[in-house]
Design a protein around this ligand. Structure first.
Ligand code: SAM
Length: 282
C-alpha cells in the first residue's frame, strides 16, 4: 500500500507555533522532504529529533518530485516542509501534491502557521471575501498586467513581498489603486518585533521612502468600492413611498425613508405622492 504525503507547516517566526500534531507527524514519517535541509535541521534539533531528509526545492522539483513519489508508492510516508509556513503556498509543494493526486497517493495537509491568514486576520480590513495574489512579478510587463487585472477588484487583496522590493511595490500599488486606498502592512508576524501598520497606500509609500523597510512583510490591501447603484427615478421613488404608506407607515415617514435611501428630493417626492394618493381617493 502506498504511503502518505503530509504537508507540514513550520513556524513563521515563533517556535511556540509547532503544534502537537506537527511534532507527532514529523516523528511518525519515514523521511522529510525539505526546501532547505539546513533550516529544517534546526527544527529537528529543537525537537531533539533525527530523521532522514531529502531536498525538494524550487529548482529540483522535476527530479526530486518523481523520486519522492517512487518512495511513497513503495509504502514510505513523507513530510514535506518548507523554510517557514505552509508548504505549497508561495512555496514548493504544489507540483508534488499534483503528482501524488495523479498517482492516487493520499495527501494530508496539517493546519498551522501561514503568513497570509495571520496577516488577514489581524489587518482590520474586511475578511469576508479576499484574494491571495502572492508575489508580484519582477518583470515589468507581467507586473503591470497583474496589477491592471486588479483595478476593480472589490475583495481584500493579500500580497507577499521581500523588504528590498517593498518600496517599489508600494509605489506601484499606490499608482494602481490610488493614494487613499487603505493598506495594512503586517511585518515580522509572530516575532519579537511584530508590527501592524494600518494606513493608506500614499502614506505607506512616503513612510518607507524615508525609513528603509526591514523584516518580512505581508501587504493587505482594501478592495475597490463596489460600483454605485443605478440612480433611482422619481417615479420609482413615488412607487416605493406609496408601497410603504400602504403598509401603514405615515406618509411623511415613508417619503423621508425613500428620500434617505435614494437621494431623491424629499419635497418633490412628497408632493407627487400626495397628488397621486388624493387622485386615488376621488
Ligand atoms: N508558505 C509561506 C506561508 O505559508 O506563509 C510563505 C512563504 S513565501 C516564500 C515568504 C513570504 O511570506 C515572505 O516574503 C513574506 O511576504 C511572508 N512572510 C513569511 N513569514 C512572515 C512573517 N513572519 N511576517 C510577515 N510576513 C511573512
Amino acid at each position: 500500500m502506498a504511503g502518505i504525503l503530509y504537508l507540514v507547516p513550520t513556524p513563521i517566526g515563533n517556535l511556540g507555533d509547532l503544534s502537537q500534531r506537527i511534532i507527532e507527524t514529523l516523528k511518525g514519517v519515514d523521511f522529510i522532504a525539505a526546501e532547505d535541509t539546513r533550516v529544517s535541521l534546526k527544527i529537528l534539533n529543537h525537537l531533539s529529533m533525527k530523521k532522514p531528509m531529502v531536498s525538494y526545492y524550487r529548482h529540483n522539483t522535476e527530479t526530486s518530485g518523481p523520486a519522492i513519489l517512487t518512495r511513497l508508492l513503495a509504502g514510505e510516508s513523507c513530510a514535506l516542509v518548507t523554510d517557514a509556513g505552509t508548504p505549497a503556498i508561495s512555496d514548493p509543494g504544489e507540483e508534488l501534491v499534483a503528482l501524488c493526486a495523479e498517482a492516487g497517493v493520499d495527501v494530508v495537509a496539517i493546519p498551522g502557521p501561514c503568513a497570509l491568514v495571520t496577516a488577514l486576520a489581524v489587518s482590520g480590513l474586511p475578511t469576508g471575501r479576499f484574494t491571495f495574489e502572492g508575489f508580484l512579478a519582477m518583470n515589468k510587463k507581467n507586473r503591470k498586467r497583474h496589477l491592471d487585472s486588479l483595478v476593480s477588484e472589490e475583495r481584500t487583496m493579500i500580497f507577499y513581498e521581500a523588504p528590498h522590493k517593498l518600496l517599489s511595490t508600494l509605489n506601484d500599488l499606490r499608482d494602481t489603486f490610488g493614494a487613499e486606498r487603505r493598506i495594512s502592512l503586517c511585518r515580522e508576524l509572530t516575532k519579537l518585533h511584530e508590527e501592524v501598520r494600518r494606513t493608506t497606500l500614499g502614506e505607506a509609500a512616503d513612510w518607507y521612502g524615508e525609513n528603509p523597510p526591514k523584516g518580512e512583510f505581508v501587504l493587505v490591501v482594501e478592495g475597490a468600492e463596489s460600483a454605485r447603484e443605478e440612480p433611482v427615478s422619481i417615479e420609482e421613488g413615488v412607487r416605493r413611498a406609496k408601497e410603504l404608506y400602504s403598509q401603514g407607515i405615515r406618509m411623511k415617514d415613508a417619503v423621508k425613508q425613500v428620500a434617505r435611501e435614494t437621494g431623491l428630493p424629499k419635497n418633490e417626492l412628497y408632493q407627487l405622492v400626495v397628488t397621486e394618493e388624493s387622485s386615488n381617493i376621488k
